[in-house]
Design a protein around this ligand. Structure first.
Ligand code: G3D
Ligand code: MG
Length: 206
């Protein structure tokens, strides 16, 4: 089995329709499509990246922004190392919703996870409602990292956003693979990858 140096649990949170599923799909498969279904509760992706010569495995949880899944979703925050708080740069209200999710994270996890603010749909700059300065002040107010503006549609900054978060986690001396991998913490609504890939540490890269 291939070795990996770190494993981090990363959760994407934010309002419905900001592009969380599209971001995960773009990062995992390198594609953007408009035909997939609405996220039911929580979905799952995994990818290994190299940071400072270390193999860093990211276990990425894509949550639904729908209120009716809120209690399920918050149960996933437990043991998260990194959170991507996603809003849509063309929708000011989505930043306010992001703040509510962030407060949920703080309630469940305290200050343990590193929170990265991600403003998605940067390709729609002409419809922008949230300036980069507003995003920066949100970051300062909540002790986050970022902001990073992404577009799942054009792929702009998607990889960068995950690398930024992974880098922060590695530099923050995050948990090692053996310490952080606890399948007991997972409640799966969608099945994870098949067992052969699930069981191999860094073997599953797409
Ligand atoms: P969610 O998982 O946060 O609910 P989705 O969001 O990934 O399901 O995306 C919601 C809608 O926004 C989708 O449009 C999707 O195509 C679109 N979208 C996601 N990311 C981007 C982006 O970076 N730029 C643009 N222009 N659109 C994006 P539909 O029309 O299928 O509802
Ligand atoms: Mg979704």
């Amino acid at each position: 089995m291939e070795e990996c140096d770190y494993l981090y649990k990363i959760i994407l949170i934010g309002d419905i329709n900001v592009g969380k599923t599209s971001i995960v799909k773009r990062f995992r498969d390198g594609t953007f499509d408009t035909t997939y279904r609405t996220t039911i509760g929580v979905d799952f992706a995994i990818r290994t990246v190299e940071i400072d010569n270390k193999q860093v495995k990211l276990q990425i949880w894509d949550t639904s922004g729908q209120e009716r899944f809120r209690s399920i979703t918050t149960s996933y925050f437990r043991n998260a190392h990194g959170i991507m708080v996603v809003y849509d740069i063309t929708n000011k209200e989505s930043l306010e919703v992001a703040e509510r999710w962030l407060l949920d994270v703080k309630r469940v996890c305290g200050d343990t996870p590193i929170n990265l603010l991600v403003g998605n749909k940067s390709d729609l700059d002409s419809k922008r409602q949230v300036t980069i300065e507003e995003a920066q002040s949100f970051v300062s107010k909540h002790g986050m990292v970022g902001p990073v503006e992404t577009s799942a549609k054009t792929s702009s900054n998607i990889t960068q956003a995950f690398y930024n978060l992974a880098q922060e986690l590695v530099q923050g001396n995050g948990a090692s693979f053996s310490n952080s991998y606890n399948q007991e913490d997972s409640i799966l609504l969608h099945r994870p990858p098949p067992p052969t890939t699930w069981l191999s540490c860094c073997g599953y890269t797409t």
